[in-house]
Write a protein that binds this ligand. Sequence first.
Ligand SMILES: Cc1ncc(C[n+]2csc(CCOP(=O)(O)OP(=O)(O)O)c2C)c(N)n1
Ligand SMILES: [Mg+2]
Length: 623
Amino acid sequence: MTIRSTVAQALVRFLAVQFTERDGERRRLIGATWGIFGHGNVAGLGQALLEHADDMPYHQGRNEQAMVHAAVGYARQSNRLATHAVTTSIGPGATNLVTGAALATINHLPVLLLPGDVFATRPADPVLQQLEVPYAADVSVNDCLRPVSRFFDRINRPEQLIPSALAAMRVLTDPVETGAVTLALPQDVQAEAYDWPEEFFAERVWTVRRPAADPAELAAAAREIRTAGRPLVIAGGGVHHSRAETVLAEFAAATRIPVASTQAGKGSLRWDHPQDVGGVGHTGTATADELARTADLVIGVGTRYTDFTTASGTLFENPDVRFLNLNIAPYDGHKLAGLPLVADARGALAELTKALAGHRTADSYVTEYTEDKERWEQRVDACYEADEPDVRPTQSQVLGALDALVDETDVLVNAAGSLPGDLHRLWRARSRDQYHLEYGYSCMGYEIPAAIGVKLAAPERNVWALVGDGTYLMMPTEIVTAVQEGIAVKVLLVQNHGYASIGGLSESVGGERFGTAYRFPSDDGTFTGAPLPVDLAANAASLGMRVLRAKTVRDLRAALAEARAADTPTCVYVETETADTVSGPPPAQAWWDVPVAATATRSAAVKARELYERHVSTRRRHL
Ligand SMILES: Cc1ncc(C[n+]2csc(CCOP(=O)(O)OP(=O)(O)O)c2C)c(N)n1
Ligand SMILES: [Mg+2]
């Protein structure tokens, strides 16, 4: 039996019946499709989505990049068992996907991209928005998506959809390979009819596998842990992807090995678990970073070891330090010349706990990190507290006000600016998925659309997008989508008139904050004049959001509580006071390599270079 339909109709029909399964849990793989229509998808996929409105939910986006962020937010909240598809027109609609695709791929989060493409039959080239490449007729702008996709194909003939759609599902559901998957769809092919074998549309279940550890690798790993005096676990995003949090908590409690976390891994243990020592690396806690400096065995679990984690190769100072890397991806398992343990984190951690029965770290080690952690928590309390409630809050006091309000069901979404560092150092994660930091790509603009995706995956949760003013300006667009669909996300908008983060970084690398404040030009041609008369609260309100303006700490507490109780999209707008060294968060506990000008006439850069060279000289290559 065959079924006659267009390529676009067949694709939508196929996507609606794909499922994932893991640990007995079955999820629909493609929960919905986002789309912005133009030529290249309006007649093909647009028409197909209309025909399939009953079995393929549709969300109307405002910006293609933002649609990918929403899909990624949904995928992460769904533990990678489900995601969304995103369809675009050709040309600019399609290339707007590139940033979102890179973000998805870097963070190992599945998302299906369906950009329209130029005519396969080429009857009247160039069509509107077509890139003409004189030496390569098969290149279109969609080829930009190749390096940022884990699978890419262009469907030039209808029957080609069958193997390609199956390959796309394989990659989306593969815990090692997953990321952005792109099926570029020439607009003429989308509308073309074909006789599809009926079996193509049968329900299909994709097992998200949990590969077990190799016995030899497991035995070697257990031996390594038994002989270590100062072991430290670094929990990365893989702990969450594998849903290994409970097993990790048991492993840590049994062995008393402290657990530090990367941005993606934070929340792996609740903050008050005795072995949780908080964030590690450049934005880490003093407790975790001191343990990292002195560790003789670093046990990476599901981490990619980015430069923020390793303090650009300077953090692990113990001359005898060794690495043991539990990772489902061999690529990451072999990093830092470590002993690999290539396996699913949850299964392998359970096996390790068994193999290490009776083994625990020394009492003196436990006392050391427990006391250190208590000291750190006092520092967090000090910068969360606001003795004077009738003044403008600092950013840490904003976090303190939120901390006092939320419970374990709230989700915080953030990606860029000074908030990620403050959150990594300070935030007390109360549940495994409360802390949703996109720091693989640290993409300004992720927050609001991703919060929408999270809320779609977990409608019962309070979902907060934490955004700086610079970030807000980059991508407020999806507020309109939240308003349109009544998706009650909360936006906490922190106004500090520009890039506090990059301003501080610029100052530390001799850049003198050049081009990082939102100010009028001054006489010397730099933008250091008066602040701009920009009203972002009015802007958010103009897009249809309810906006609560908070001037003081007292206002802020009330506004946050009101927003939390609201069942419509609500924004809390607060202008922050620049923190001094007493009221601000603790400074960076470890370095981050941002190269400084080797020659300069201005003294700030000359001084910064001297310091830079001292830091560079401490970098190690682990072999
Ligand atoms: C899309 C994108 N462009 C540029 C950057 C580099 N960048 C990182 S943080 C930042 C400034 C963020 O400003 P804001 O949101 O106001 O946060 P603040 O630093 O003031 O806390 C910039 C430009 C980025 N991460 N993402
Ligand atoms: Mg700012």
